[in-house]
Design a protein around this ligand. Structure first.
Ligand code: AMP
Ligand code: MG
Length: 397
């Protein structure tokens, strides 16, 4: 039995970042960039008006009030090819290029319009007033996004601004999901006595989809070695294969042996944590296999803390668990020896998290109670007693 931190280390050691693929930027949200993006032009590409107003050179105004003639008007997308005379200005709209020899824009609000296309300037303008200068955001050829950048809204917009409609991103892993157990029926099927519904299959598929992965659902397989081997072979060509159930020590927990018969090498089996102790992690060539115990609270915890970490690393992102400190609202005691994850309601009170361990929680099968929780309180393996009002670490989902 190994420690949780050791399991994390062993898993990360096995992760290789996946190859790259071309993705349209509209489809690239949350993807990790596998190339550097340079700007193909100066941004902005010309001196640009930041306001609706009047453009001229600040040197034209020695004293205020001053009067200038409005030569013409330019809108965004247009330009004025002629130079202005010293007595002239140009009406300009936000986003339009400043004509030659102009260097400031006076806002509509700061002038008075006179008859016959004249304006009166009331306040002395300064150089660069309300102007965005050519290349001030970025110069042509400069790298604006580095390899490894996660594409959020701004990054997608930046790619568009510099003419990259498609980018190279790290591939998302192929992740099949298999549920094992003679007792399992799918949620839309009739449950006869002795059977239960398959919670883990849909939960894992949904969690993977949230990460942008299109998982491959392999269904439910019976606890028979022949059937297991057949299904396992189907999943083994993937990047990360998740199998739920059948990894404990019962007579019908046949998954580790079946995996071995399929050529999977065990990296570790069993972790010093509660819940989730029977976790199996193995490898066949570049394919990684997680065998999670069937109780849904264990499956959920192991997915969030370990499997998700592996998947993120493969896609090029590093994931830090949302760990916080909080105050426990009741005494808590446990047997030492395993790191314990206790489902809890976690509230913000002031700037501190307050932890309410679920009162009615019947253990790792109790997925019903888990819906009341927001996270897990984490109790280190050495601790036997946590006093009310003491501080504990929480993992927020
Ligand atoms: P196992 O890990 O196969 O020993 O299963 C442990 C417990 O989890 C048993 O009570 C199973 O019935 C239950 N279980 C196994 N697989 C699932 C599943 N996919 N959904 C809900 N419960 C499950
Ligand atoms: Mg089972």
């Amino acid at each position: 039995m190994i420690k949780f931190e050791e399991a994390q280390r062993l898993i990360l050691k096995k992760i290789k970042r996946l190859g790259r693929e071309t993705v349209r930027i509209e489809e690239a949200m949350d993807r990790v960039l596998a190339e550097e993006i340079a700007s193909d032009m100066d941004v902005p590409p010309f001196n640009k008006s930041a306001m609706d107003g009047y453009a001229f050179s600040h040197r034209q105004i020695k004293n205020v009030p001053a009067v200038l003639k409005v030569k013409s008007e330019i809108r965004a997308g247009e330009y004025e090819p002629d130079k202005l005379k010293k007595t002239e200005c140009l009406k300009i709209m936000t986003g339009a290029p400043l004509p030659k020899r102009t260097d400031c824009v006076v806002k509509m609000e700061d002038i008075e319009t006179l008859k016959n296309n004249y304006i009166k300037i009331m306040k002395k303008p300064s150089f660069g007033e309300n102007v965005c200068f050519k290349g001030e955001d970025v110069q042509k050829g400069r790298i604006i996004l580095r390899k490894g950048a996660v594409l959020r809204g701004p990054e997608v917009a930046v790619c568009a601004a510099v003419g990259k409609s498609k980018v190279q991103a790290y591939r998302r892993p192929k992740v099949p999901v298999l549920s094992t157990g003679d007792e399992l029926v799918e949620p839309d099927k009739k449950v006869t006595f002795g059977k239960i519904r398959n919670s883990n299959g849909p939960m894992l598929i949904a969690l993977l989809k949230k990460m942008g992965i299109s998982p491959d659902y392999l269904g439910i397989v019976k606890d028979k070695e022949k059937n297991l081997i057949c299904k396992i072979r189907k999943g083994l060509s993937s990047d990360i294969f998740i199998i739920s159930g059948g990894v404990s020590v019962g007579d019908y927990d046949l998954v580790p042996a079946a995996l071995e018969k399929c050529g999977v090498k065990k990296i570790f089996h069993k972790l010093a944590i509660t819940p989730g102790k029977p976790l199996f992690f193995g490898q066949k060539g570049g394919h990684l296999i997680f065998g999670v115990p069937g109780n849904p609270v264990s499956t959920y915890l192991l997915f969030l803390t370990l499997i998700r970490l592996a998947i993120n690393r493969m896609m090029g992102t590093t994931l830090n668990l949302n760990l916080r400190k909080g105050t426990v609202t009741s005494d808590y005691s446990q047997r030492p020896g395993r790191k314990r994850f206790v489902p809890a309601k976690i509230k913000m009170q002031g700037n501190r998290h307050t932890i309410y361990p679920l009162r009615e929680y019947h253990g790792s099968a109790d997925i019903i109670s888990l819906v009341k929780a927001d996270g897990f309180m984490i109790i280190p393996d050495s601790i036997t007693f946590l006093e009310k009002n003491s501080s504990a670490e929480v993992f927020l989902w």
